[in-house]
Every structure is written in C-alpha cells, then in structure tokens.
Design a protein around this ligand. Structure first.
Ligand SMILES: NC(=O)c1ccc[n+]([C@@H]2O[C@H](COP(=O)([O-])OP(=O)(O)OC[C@H]3O[C@@H](n4cnc5c(N)ncnc54)[C@H](OP(=O)(O)O)[C@@H]3O)[C@@H](O)[C@H]2O)c1
Length: 303
C-alpha cells in the first residue's frame, strides 16, 4: 500500500524541524522551506532514523513560489493526510514581498493561506491541518503586552498586506505586522475548520519558544548571541514554566496535531490544553470577514 504523506512547512529549523523528525516512519514527510541544502540535511536526519522524506522548495512570501510548490506536492501523487502550516518569520525591519506586500504578512499568512487553499481538494478525508499561530494576536494577553505587543492591529486584510496597521500599536518595529498576521492565521484555521467538516483543522499557540531562529535573522551579532546562548538557563526551565516551551516540545505538539488529534476548530496552548483566542476572534463573523477579504485579495493579485 502507498505510504501516506504529512507536509511540514518551516521544517528546516526550530520547532518545525523537530515536528518533521517526529512523524512516524510509516509515513512520508514532505519537508517545505526555502533552502534546498537545509531541506536535504533534514531529509538525511529522517532517513537516518528509518523514515522517508521528500523536499519541496518554497518561499511563502512569493505567491508564485507557493503555487509552484503546491503543484509539485500534488505531482508527488501521495495520499496527503496532514499539513502543518508552521513556516513563519518575525522581523524588526519592514520589507516588501515579490508581489509588493508586507513581507511578514505575506510570509506568515498570505502564502500559507494560498498553499492550504490549493491543497484542500487533494487532502484525504479525515486529514489534519495545523496552523502555528501565536497568542500575541490578543491585545489582552498580559504575557505578550509586557513584551511590547499590542495585539492584532488589523484594519482590513488589504491594508495589512500593504503594511498599514491600526494606530496605537507597538513601538517595536515588526510587532504589529507579526501579531496581525498571526490573528489572520487563527481566523483561517477557525473558518476553514467550519467549512471543511471532513477534515480536522486546528491552531497551536506554541508558547514562547527560545532556541529557535525566530526573530534573529535580522538581529545584530550581539543580540543573536544573547538570544541563542544567553537564554540557555531559561530554555532548560521552559517546560516547567507557563507560556514557555522548547523547540522539542512545540515540535511534538505540532506533529501530534497534524497526525492524531480528534478535535477540529480547536486552539491549543503550549502544553496541549485548549485555550481561548482574543475577544475579537471569538466573534465568528470577524474571522469569516478576514477570510472573505483574503480570498478577494488573492483573486485580484497577479502572480
Ligand atoms: N519561537 C517562538 O517563540 C514562537 C512563538 C509563537 C509562534 N511561533 C511560530 O512558530 C513557527 C516556527 O517558528 P520557529 O520559532 O521554529 O522559528 P525558526 O527556527 O526561525 O523556523 C522558521 C521556519 O520557517 C521557514 N521559513 C521562514 N521564512 C520562510 C519563507 N519565506 N518561505 C518558506 N519557509 C520559510 C524557515 O526555513 P528557511 O529559512 O530554511 O526557509 C524555518 O524552517 C512560526 O510560524 C512562528 O511564527 C514561534
């Protein structure tokens, strides 16, 4: 019998890399990220532990790349039973994507939304879809506001795509784009779960996960060093602390959500319990409006 496939995006680093290595050996793991060499490294790790993997190069900030990647995944002809939308960035500088969109919003939301939309018709009945969201979307989340986040600053999806966010946001560059993109990720998860009752579609807030590469790509050398090594003691304590996690634990949760949970439309926290999204996201019409605006935007843009 043909092996079933699980897609893990952002599989070359951090929690996605652990998630990919957790997929059982009776499945094929389809690894998705931008860099072929890094993808090959993870593929080798999986092969060394007796598993099987395929690699697909995709830049989620570029809708044309996402479309090509979706076609390549379909061309593998594998029965797809899981899709973990985990790839993401957090930057402190503003940049534009190939289609002229805010780079963070395009990478974290528009690209994964398009990939999921293109693959939905090809998913097996009962397949699981995971979205790695973030509780920083919630303006009332104390843990996030203390760190400088002000929650999602969504005006419209078209505005967010242009890097325009509601006034009164964070004073830290990049935080509004990140929080807004993650609220849209959560909206997509909740709405797609309702629209696709034959699938199990859920979101994860993985917790503050030190030791990944998130947010350090454009940090200066000193900050890079501090984030990577200065936080080591906190990384050891993370499994015991509320709101904190490790790449290994978060990866385990991602692989569990994409391979074995029974829920759909759920939002899991960093310990695997159920959690509430922001007050805004508890309004189903608000989430539906985000998805409707996203579909309208993606229809307008040429790529
Ligand atoms: N770390 C945290 O505290 C935390 C908290 C809440 C949510 N999250 C979310 O968790 C997810 C994983 O983050 P992480 O902490 O594990 O970070 P990470 O170590 O930086 O991993 C990010 C992954 O995404 C991929 N990626 C980045 N940009 C991409 C693009 N344009 N196209 C395709 N792939 C891309 C990277 O691969 P390449 O660079 O090889 O392409 C890498 O595999 C993200 O969605 C993040 O927002 C993280």
């Amino acid at each position: 019998m043909m092996k079933q496939a699980i897609i893990i995006t952002g599989a070359t680093s951090g929690m996605g890399r652990y998630a990919a290595r957790n997929v059982a050996n009776d499945k094929i793991t389809i690894l998705v990220a931008r860099n072929q060499d890094k993808l090959n490294d993870v593929k080798e790790e999986i092969t060394a532990q007796g598993g099987t993997a395929e690699t697909i190069v995709c830049d989620f900030s570029d809708l044309a790349s996402v479309k090509r990647a979706a076609a390549e995944i379909k061309a593998l002809g594998l029965p797809i039973v899981g899709l973990a939308n985990n790839a993401g960035i957090q930057t402190s500088s503003t940049a534009k994507s190939k289609q002229g969109f805010d780079l963070t919003f395009a990478t974290n939301y528009l690209g994964p939304f398009l990939l999921t939309t293109l693959l939905l018709p090809n998913l097996e009945v009962g397949a699981r879809v995971e979205f790695t969201a973030s509780a920083v979307e919630d303006p009332d989340r104390k843990f996030a506001t203390r760190a400088g986040f002000r929650g999602s600053r969504l005006v419209t999806v078209a505005d967010a795509a242009q890097g325009i966010y509601r006034k009164g946001g964070s004073t830290t560059a990049g935080f509004d784009a990140y929080a807004t993109s993650k609220q849209c990720v959560l909206a997509a998860s909740l709405v797609l779960a309702k629209e696709n009752p034959a699938l199990k579609i859920n979101a994860l807030e993985p917790g503050m996960t030190l030791g990944t590469n998130l947010g350090i790509s454009d940090a200066n050398a000193v900050l890079k060093f501090v984030l990577k090594y200065g936080t080591k003691p906190l990384q050891w304590l993370s499994p015991l602390l509320k709101n904190f996690s490790t790449p290994r634990v978060a990866g385990k949760l991602i692989s569990k959500i994409v391979t074995s949970v029974d829920e759909t439309g759920a939002y899991f926290d960093e310990k695997g319990g159920l959690m509430q999204p922001s007050v805004q996201m508890q309004d189903p019409e608000y989430a539906q409006e985000i998805v409707a605006q996203t579909r309208a935007l993606l229809q307008e843009v040429e790529y």
